[in-house]
Structure formats: C-alpha cells, structure tokens
Design a protein around this ligand. Sequence first.
Ligand code: DSN
Length: 487
Amino acid sequence: MTADVTAGQGAEYADTASEAYRAALRVIESVEPRIAEATRKELDDQRNSLKLIASENYASPAVLLTMGTWFSDKYAEGTVGHRFYAACQNVDTVEALAAEHARELFGAPYAYAQPHSGIDANLVAYWAILATRIEAPGLAELGAKHINDLSEADWEGLRNKLGNQRLMGMSLDTGGHLTHGFRPNISGKMFHQRQYGTNPETGFIDYDAVAAQVREFKPLVLVAGYSAYPRRVNFAKMREIADEVGATFMVDMAHFAGLVAGKVFTGDEDPVPHAHVVTTTTHKSLRGPRGGLVLATEEYAPAVDKGCPMVLGGPLSHVMAAKAVALAEARRPEFRTYAQAVADNAQSLADGFVKRDAGLVTGGTDNHLVLLDVTSFGLTGRQAESALLDSGIVTNRNAIPADPNGAWYTSGIRFGTPALTTRGFGADDFDRVAELVVEVLQNTQPAAGPNGPSKAKYTMADGTADRVRAAAAELLDANPLYPGLTL
Ligand code: DSN
C-alpha cells in the first residue's frame, strides 16, 4: 500500500470515523433497521470486490460525513448573495468555498458548484451557451431587456431560434457520452446534432476528419470529452477546429477531471485554458461526492450562474459542502501522486491484457480507462460482465466502435483504475488483475439460447469463480478500503 496515494482515506482518523459511523447507524437503526443493514452490507460488498468501474471511486470519510448534515434541509435557489429564500448565509459560505476551491484547483476564471450531476452540468452549459449566443443578441435585436418583456409573437420567434441550433459531439459507440448529442437523450432532441467518431482502423480521434465535418456542419457548439475513449485528447487542436466556424468549444471532463486536477493532463491536454465552458462530475476520478460542476470563461459565467432557476432545482447544499471538502483534498500535493498512479496503473492493466493476447480498443490506453474487446474471447459484453461479477470483479459492459452487438449486449468491457488506486493498488497488482480477468473470460463460453447461441447466458468452467475470488481476496486484503474503519 502506498501511503501517499491513500492519504486522506481514513487511516489517520479511523477511530473517530468509526465512532461517527457506529453512532449514525444506531440512529438510523432506530427508525428503519433495513436501511442500516443495507448500509453495512454495501460497505462489506465494496470492501470485498475488485471495483473496476471507470466512473466510480471511494470518497474519503471526510467527504462522506460532510453530506450527512442539516444543509440537506435548506432551500437556496438562486446564487451566492442573490437567493430567492431567506437565511442562506451559511449556504453562501459553502457554495462560495466550493467555487473558490474549484477555480484555484483548475485555474478557471469562474466555477459553478450547483449541478446535481454531470447531466445537469451539461444541461446548464448548453443553456448558458444558448442564452449567451442566441437569447442575449436576440433580445438586443428586439430592443428588449428581458424575455418577459417580449410580445408573444417575438418570444415565439426567439424560442424557435433557441430550438434550432446545431451541436456536434463524439458518438456514443466511439466513446462519447449520451449527453453529447445522442438522439435518445435530450441533447439530441434540443439541438440538430451530428456526431464525430474515431478512425475505424486505429480507434483514435482523427482531427482532420473532425475538422472536415465541423466545416461542413458548422455547429454552434462543439463538444469534446468521453466516457469510454481510452486515449488523451488534444484540446488545443479541438479549439482551433471550433474557432474556424465560430463554434463555442465545450469539454465534458467528467471522467478525467482527476487527471486534470492532478496535473497528469497539462498543456494541450488540459481542457480548461482551451474551452469556453468545461463541465464535470465530482465523483469519478476527482474522488468527491456524487454531483456536477461547471467552469466557464468570463463571457459565459453570467449565464452559467443562472443554472438555477434556468435548468436546476434547489441546490443540494450538503453535497456542495462535500464538494468543497473534496476539492480541498484535491488541492493537496498527494492528490497529484494519486492521479499519476491512476494513469500508471491503467498502463499496467492494459499491458497485462496485451501480453495475454486480449484485444483492446486502440491497442492500449494513456488515460485512466481500458476498453477490452471481448469478441476476442467469443463473448458478448453482457456475458463477460456477468461472468466477471460472479468472480468478484465489478465492471460494466460497454459498446465498442461499430459494435455488432448493439448498446444493450455490447462487445466490450470498460475497466478503470481510479477506485482500486485509491485503495493503494500498484502496477503489479493491476497486472495480476489483468491475469484474473483473462482467466475468467478464457473459462467462460456462451450458452445455447432458444435460437442459437445466447447473447446473455453463459457457462463457466467449474471452480473458476471460486479460484478467482480467492485470488482477488488476497489483493483486497493487502489494500484495505477505509483501513481501520469498523462499524
Ligand atoms: N455513468 C457514467 C459512466 O459510467 O461513464 C457516465 O454518465
């Protein structure tokens, strides 16, 4: 276990945190014992499985405890110093601190800490871009100060303009996110959308091809960012492409915010100096509470600041408080050690797969995630995900580019290193993880379905799951989650 990497995860105040949790569980138990029981069991399950879901992590006890307070009870619609409710002075302290830590950590001119999730952060960003680029000039053209002053006909005209704009983002099957213009998501309905993909031969983004598509489509918004692309993005290049057609450049860094915070991604790979608007979640590689965040230039800040009431309901002040704590943790030097270890460990995991002849999308990784093409084992993603879960390995199935099995069964398994790195796993441990994954998949076969081989059912050679669980337990015991915390 590497002390630097796990610092802040509880060992230094394990006794106090244990007391706090034992007391809290006794209180919960007195009202609904089944919730206390499920809470204990969840810790047990998380402690005893190899968590490799790329979008998950383990927040520190300080972050978790911050969420369980009376800030949950307070309404605070509006923004710092400008609320639609009375008595928000302490929420103002909390929100201002969360925003200050975010600005300092990422070097951003402005930060907005209210979004409840990454999807909410993206909706705030889209509407802030539309408000800045379409609504404000539209109002000026009509000689009005506020939309409420417009006649019904003028408002209808402006509303049509707002609903008639173009967005381009990365396609879901090549690693983009639902909210980047995928038609079943609201982002694909509120914008005319087109998607860019990756080079079918290499799996990498082809910047010349993206530039050609952008020149032709001329989007108002160009989105970069991913949830299943195992490579870095050159954001300086993407900004140049956006500038050519006057598009607003937005980056969704939800997956890799921890690598930006930890200075693994710098220069052209740091989205903050290059994008007009940057969104993120706070609970993935950033290791905070479940929630979202928007960073913006001065130009877009006033519109982002109106996220509530524009898009959001009342802020979750208890979560904003936890965001402030997590961002303060991420500003410590040890977070850089953690972020570098996340990237090094992903490299080791990918190398472990490659040397065992498992097929990887793009042939490897240079961020925190690895996308395994499980057709190399004759399986669907669904079969592989279930067989791994039976063996104590928690992952999620994921589409691969041009996936022959579609978005439900899929042909890929996505792995991420942020969570196990928090436990202290190192490069050798991740090589062993690759070995265990390959052992499971090599011993799994599709089962017969009513119309030929099933895409969901599978059989595993006897003893595989038990053998792998036992090997995983050795790794988990050597790198305990919340060391010293007892309930
Ligand atoms: N659910 C997140 C992920 O797993 O990547 C994205 O929304």
